[in-house]
Design a protein around this ligand. Structure first.
Ligand code: AMP
Length: 252
């Protein structure tokens, strides 16, 4: 079985986001970038499935500018076997990424396509669902447990986090799975594996080679920070609280 994992390079989760002065987007120059945390979880799950003997190859793919290869190198150091970088300087929206993943899945024929449930930069939470729709593969989104079925050959059972609790679905392979926070704890790349990863190949490919035109119906008009919250006040009594809610906040 082959597992393909989509990993996105995003601003590190610990960095305070700054909006560019011209409001065209957020500042990424001289900012620490990392693998999207949900993609790390997706990769960790793929590696565990391979280590458990369910998969023979873990392929990682990333779309974006030249620096994406750093993220792929990290993925190789964590244990992925092979990497493909779809190189483009265009802005990518979820539907375009889904089309690129569809093209890669059609040529690479993975049994499972693993993605993060969302990328923490745009918080879109769309790519996995869109690529499943394009490929017409079943999808198990927000996975908190993934189990390859022994009794039913060619299927996977996914426990997913939904608003009301947990839902269990059985998917026929090939399938798309997106990962939630509680699925696993990703490993760190060890120094020997970082050294070994330098020798692994990252194949460069363009969207044109995949037959995908990068166009979008979406345009970012303006990016701005949310309004600053006003400081709270401590009230001396319930009566004062009621008075403020009624006469200042006008909520009762
Ligand atoms: P999103 O729908 O943008 O929130 O992203 C969900 C998931 O899609 C991410 O966790 C990645 O697995 C995948 N993804 C989105 N954009 C990219 C990209 N540029 N390169 C690789 N994977 C991506």
């Amino acid at each position: 079985m082959k597992i393909m994992v989509a990993v996105k390079r995003v601003i590190d989760y610990a960095v305070k986001i700054r909006v560019k002065p011209d409001k065209s987007g957020v500042e990424t120059a001289n900012v620490k970038m990392s693998m999207n945390p949900f993609c790390e979880i997706a990769l960790e799950e793929a590696l565990r499935l391979r280590e458990a003997g369910h998969a023979s190859e873990v392929l990682v793919v990333s779309m974006g500018g030249t620096q994406c290869s750093d993220t792929l190198r990290t993925a190789l150091a964590m244990g992925a076997d092979r990497a493909i970088h779809v190189s483009t300087s265009h802005s990518l929206f979820p539907l375009t990424v889904a089309k690129l993943l569809q093209a890669l899945a059609t040529s690479e024929k993975p049994n499972i396509l693993l993605l993060g449930k969302q990328a923490i930069d745009d918080d879109a939470n769309q790519t996995g669902q869109m690529v499943a729709g394009l490929l017409q593969w079943p999808q198990g989104t927000f996975a908190s447990k993934v189990q390859i079925d022994k009794e039913t050959v060619g299927s996977v059972t996914v426990e997913r986090e939904v608003d009301g609790g947990l839902e269990t679905v059985k998917l026929q392979l090939p399938a798309v799975i997106t990962t939630d926070l509680r699925l696993n704890q990703p490993r760190y790349a060890t120094l020997p594996n970082i050294m070994k990863a330098k020798k692994k190949t990252i194949t460069q490919i363009t969207p044109e080679q995949l037959g995908v035109q990068i166009t979008s119906d979406l345009e970012i008009l303006e990016v701005f920070e949310p309004p600053k919250r006003k400081a709270g006040v401590i009230v001396a009594s319930v009566d004062e609280l009621l008075d403020k809610l009624k006469n200042e906040a006008h909520v009762i």
